[in-house]
Design a protein around this ligand. Sequence first.
Ligand code: FES
Length: 286
Amino acid sequence: MTTPSETPRPGKEPAKQTFAAAGEDVDVVAISPVREEGMLADDALADPFGPDIEAKAKELAARYPQSRSALLPMLHLVQSVQGYVSQEGIAFCAHQLDLSEAEVSAVATFYTMYKRKPCGEHLVSVCTNTLCAALGGDAIYKRLQEHLGEDGKPLGHEETAGTPGEPGSVTIEHAECLAACDLGPVLQVNYEYYDNQTPEKAVELVDALRRGDKPAPSRGAPLSDFRSVELQLAGFFPEDDEAFRIDVDGPSQAVETLRGAQLAAERGWTAPAMSDDVPLPEVEAK
Ligand code: FES
């Protein structure tokens, strides 16, 4: 026998207590893991976004003919502040873009790059898609789960070793194809690539991150931290020209990636030319 909660009223007041479907002795909000991690903490509705973030949000909205188009970068902006998309981050985006919180939530929960739990200083994404998995990606992920877990309990997907946001904290996730299959198995730290990994190399890498070191990625920008990268994904780059050039001028190509093009050039192979007069299909009238 269960006792239903009061009918909730509209608005952003979180439910204080509910017994529905859990039996009358259990407060499912109080035991919810999301409460422990801060999503429903008592200060959850305090505004963590100051005037600087508000100005950046307005700048983003003004970049598009329709302000709602700024939602994706704005979600990265709120992640750059809190390390995840919190309920107040959702309310902030909705307010800035004149959307409902339901519309913002629908987007934030669809894309895996928007995190619903606070991330560590570093986000380690291990590719476990088909090719990397066959080359050892599954073994790498399992080894990291065991290595970073505590008391014999492996770390789970999107769980963090250390306190989220604190120096040396590391969140792990398994990821779909990271678009570097020729260099598999690969992993990324804050979306920078570490190619041709093994379980041993991956353990060395996360140990270095836990110590506060930032080993150089195989290519791309130097390693920074999750929140700084989120600010760049929102569209805000270092104003200092030298820092900007270091971020965008890192090596971006790999020998393996260019091998096919080089072979074709050596052998004089070219793709057949496209004809200019290919008839376009008729568009069906509705
Ligand atoms: S399958 Fe791992 S990068 Fe494509």
